[in-house]
Design a protein around this ligand. Sequence first.
Ligand SMILES: [Cu+2]
Length: 149
Amino acid sequence: MTMITPHKKVKFVICKILLSMVFIVAISTASMAVSAAPIRIAATDTPPGGAVLELYTDELVTMTAIPFRITIRDAAGRPLTGAKVSCEMTMPSMTMPENRPRVTERDGVYGGELVFTCALGAWRIGCLAEKADGSRQVMTFDIEKVRMK
Ligand SMILES: [Cu+2]
């Protein structure tokens, strides 16, 4: 018959405390990665708060996949869900190759990854949200500059 001596018991408890501390650190690190403040850009052609583009990066640099999310509100201020959203990235000052990031919806938030391919001027991200009932909402996000990586 084996007995847990008091000494072994203390070691076991310390081990459990250490393990839970590791878990807490791991969890807070993970949530920090998600909640790091994104770069937020409001659409220039919707009422205030109508559409916001969030870019999850510390700095806008070229040739880097940058996760993004777009939150859209309808005319009544409710989150627009169930729309098909498409986006096209252009540069107002020059002709660029087609650049259309894939956009998918998750819980009423539209997102994906985009890549800026040039640092020689401003970018414009034009998006269109289309509902099955035929309603459409155009959103334009202007980005002043992107740094060359
Ligand atoms: Cu360019």
